[in-house]
Design a binder for this molecule. Structure first.
Ligand code: ATP
Length: 219
């Protein structure tokens, strides 16, 4: 599903964020990405999303070399991916339903179809009864679950998360992780960047460790 071949990324100021990174994540696999602050975790995810381009090497998603994608192809590429952020970037002037519906509205789905898909996504994260509420009235853990519903509402093949449990206590973090595992059991490929080593080791999944931009361990 994802392949990195000799990938390096140097930002314009001359900082090497990734150095000669090689790995493959198979379709249907779930893995964690960890490392110290500044190790290159977010940069690696940004290369997959085409928010950044590598300086050297090749990144492929679903057997397509992303170097072939022009700026116009980026929306097509992003529709295959769901992304969860630490600060879930919800809109507090809209309902829970409308927050989750947003990516579908942008992609031009029919209103009936949007209703069905949004409710299915909210059901998966246990928030169906809260669709009419404003997210600001919900707890932090519930807000993160809205962010996850929004990330999976278009049924992406690939789910990426950047520190999805950064603001949450251990029991809420475990809850969020079990949601990711559930999506993975249903076939979604999942890659989660997190510095929470205790949580990662409890999950028992493949873990990629970055250190100053180099992939130090994969297993
Ligand atoms: N847009 C940018 N321009 C210049 N340097 C950047 C940019 N984004 C990241 N960097 C640098 O690249 C390195 C890797 O950053 P990155 O955000 O990928 O690491 P990270 O492992 O996600 O860190 P954190 O856990 O703190 O989010 C850091 O030294 C950072 O300062």
């Amino acid at each position: 599903m994802i392949s990195f071949e000799n990938v390096s990324k140097r930002y314009p100021e001359g900082h090497d964020a990734l150095r000669d990174v090689n790995f493959t994540l198979n379709r249907g696999e779930m893995a964690f990405l960890t490392g110290h602050s500044g190790a290159g975790k977010s940069t690696l995810l940004k290369l997959i999303m085409l928010m950044e381009r590598p300086t050297r090497g090749h990144v492929s998603v679903a057997n397509q070399d992303l170097a072939q994608f022009s700026r116009e192809d980026i929306p097509y590429h992003r529709r295959r991916i769901g992304v969860v952020f630490q600060n879930h970037q919800l809109l507090f002037d809209r309902t829970v339903f409308d927050n989750v519906a947003l990516p579908l509205q942008i992609s031009g789905y029919e209103p009936d179809d949007i209703g069905k898909r949004v409710r299915a996504a909210l059901d998966k994260v246990g928030l169906l009864s809260k669709e009419k509420l404003n997210p600001i009235t919900l707890s932090t853990g519930e807000q993160q679950r809205i962010g996850i519903a929004r990330a999976i509402v278009h049924k992406p093949q690939l789910l990426l998360a950047d520190e999805p449990t950064g603001n949450l206590d251990p029991s809420l973090s475990a809850e969020i992780m079990s949601l990711f595992m559930e999506f993975n059991r249903h076939g979604t490929t999942v890659l989660i960047a997190s510095h929470d080593l205790a949580l990662i080791s409890r999950m028992g999944h493949r873990t990629l460790i970055l250190d100053q931009g180099r992939l130090m361990r994969d297993g």
